[in-house]
Design a protein around this ligand. Structure first.
Ligand code: FAD
Length: 398
């Protein structure tokens, strides 16, 4: 089959790779080009089996409401009367249940672990170097309350088969002192350089004969089947095709510094929600979540909140000059699970809604899309139209 993947972010590129490996003739179509800024470029690059609890979890609504009043907090909802954002928030609050966490934790954990293995295979088979390192992830807690919460979650991780250990007090990573009340280490996590990953994927796909169509906005023509992978824009593109796939942008910021000494493993400062990733010769800091925000502008007070948390947890970095700030729009679904699989249109599949975990879940998403195109069933919790009341017809075949 001739299949067009719409969207050349990390999700679209891995879908293209798996489809090509299944023998399809594949075209990747994007309104920009490979270097055009997209969420897949400036992110923190952490592969996260540790993130088996979806964003939609008990306590998230009250936590979010508390943070709304603080101008330096990592979280904000854009004040707007947009009915799509209001509906998203309602669906999110309905998903924040214990039952949702219990039924999805195993699904998410297995997907992340499968993806991690696929990354290791990709690096070994292709010989490409995109900074993949298996050093786990430290969840660093500044307060006792947060530490106790993370210890509780880590017991769940252990039951899922993850390798997790708990330490009290601060720690030293490669000579860099980290201040903490305590921390939890997830040994199964790993990290990579997302910019280099995209370059390697692009080279790999070109070598496989995948075609690229740049500067092409929503061009659903010239193929037998289509995969919608437009990141944060996917909800709007889906709507233009008659599909109901609620996706809201979750704007995040990152900046990279080159300190004399870098930690040798990634961390997340849990209270400030800042991810710290060693990347090349530098260290990248990623954080903030501005829900419903489509602009790429930088909120300097929120950035200041990030910078202050870095200074608190890594005193040696408190006076560090930061590089330019990057902004990206995470494609967020209301239940914290991605949309992967077939739609009510027989020749259209969807791969989006990965929120904070798109890099981590990209290789397994590609495999699931290839399986769905072969007609194999997809876990119902991932189905793209799970929030829709009804479906629609077929895209005109070429
Ligand atoms: C600060 C920050 C840190 C993050 N850290 C991590 C992390 O550590 N680990 C992790 O797993 N994830 C992380 N993420 C999330 C991750 O970056 C995203 O989930 C992922 O990049 C989404 O990939 P995507 O391919 O769906 O979207 P994108 O990368 O945004 O790609 C979508 C593509 O679709 C194209 N497009 C859009 N509309 C159209 C259209 N109408 N027609 C044609 N093309 C179109 C765009 O040009 C773009 O190229 C982070 C995100 C942020 C913001």
């Amino acid at each position: 089959m001739r299949i067009k993947v719409i969207g050349a972010g990390v999700i679209g590129l891995f879908c293209a790779r798996s489809l090509q490996q299944d023998g399809h003739e594949v075209i990747v179509s994007d309104r920009g080009n490979i270097g055009t800024d997209k969420c897949s470029l400036g992110n923190s690059g952490i592969i996260v089996p540790s993130h088996f609890v979806p964003l939609a979890a008990p306590g998230m609504v009250s936590t979010g409401l508390k943070l709304l009043g603080d101008r330096k907090s990592p979280f904000r909802i854009k004040p707007t009367l947009d009915p799509a954002l209001a509906r998203w928030c309602l669906l999110f609050s309905k998903s924040c249940t214990r039952g949702h966490v219990d039924t999805t934790a195993r699904v998410l954990c297995d997907l992340h672990l499968a993806s991690k293995q696929l990354y290791l295979d990709f690096a070994a088979e292709s010989g490409y170097s995109f900074g993949l390192q298996s050093r786990g992830l430290h969840l660093v807690c500044e307060t006792q309350q947060r530490f106790e919460e993370e210890v509780e979650v880590c017991e769940m991780g252990q039951k899922l088969g993850l390798s997790v250990s708990v330490s009290r007090g601060g720690m030293e990573l490669n000579g860099v002192e980290i201040m903490a009340h305590g921390s939890v280490h997830y040994a199964d996590d790993c990290h990579l350089d997302p910019g280099r990953l995209l370059d390697c994927l692009f080279q790999d796909l070109q070598a496989r004969g995948v075609e690229f169509e740049w500067g092409a906005e929503s061009r659903f023509e010239g193929a037998d089947g289509y995969v919608l992978a437009c990141g944060a824009m996917s909800g709007q593109v889906g709507k233009s095709l008659g599909l109901d796939i609620p996706v809201q942008p979750g704007k995040g910021l990152s900046y990279t510094v080159e300190p004399p000494q870098s930690p040798d493993a990634p961390m997340i400062f849990c209270e400030a929600r800042v991810a710290v990733t060693p990347m090349g010769r530098g260290v990248r800091f990623g954080g903030t979540m501005e829900l419903g925000e489509w602009s790429f502008s930088v909120d300097h007070l929120r950035l200041q909140g990030m910078v202050e948390s870095v200074g608190r947890c890594i005193p040696a970095y408190s006076q560090m000059n930061r590089g330019p700030v990057w902004a990206g729009l995470r494609p967020c679904s209301p239940d914290g699970l991605p949309y992967i699989g077939p739609t009510s249109r027989p020749n259209l599949w969807v791969a989006t809604g990965h929120g904070m975990m798109g890099v981590s879940l990209a290789p397994v998403t590609g495999q699931l899309i290839a399986a769905a195109v072969r007609g194999e069933p997809v876990d119902t919790s991932l189905l793209p139209e799970r929030f829709a009341k009804r479906g629609h017809g077929t895209i005109k075949q070429s």
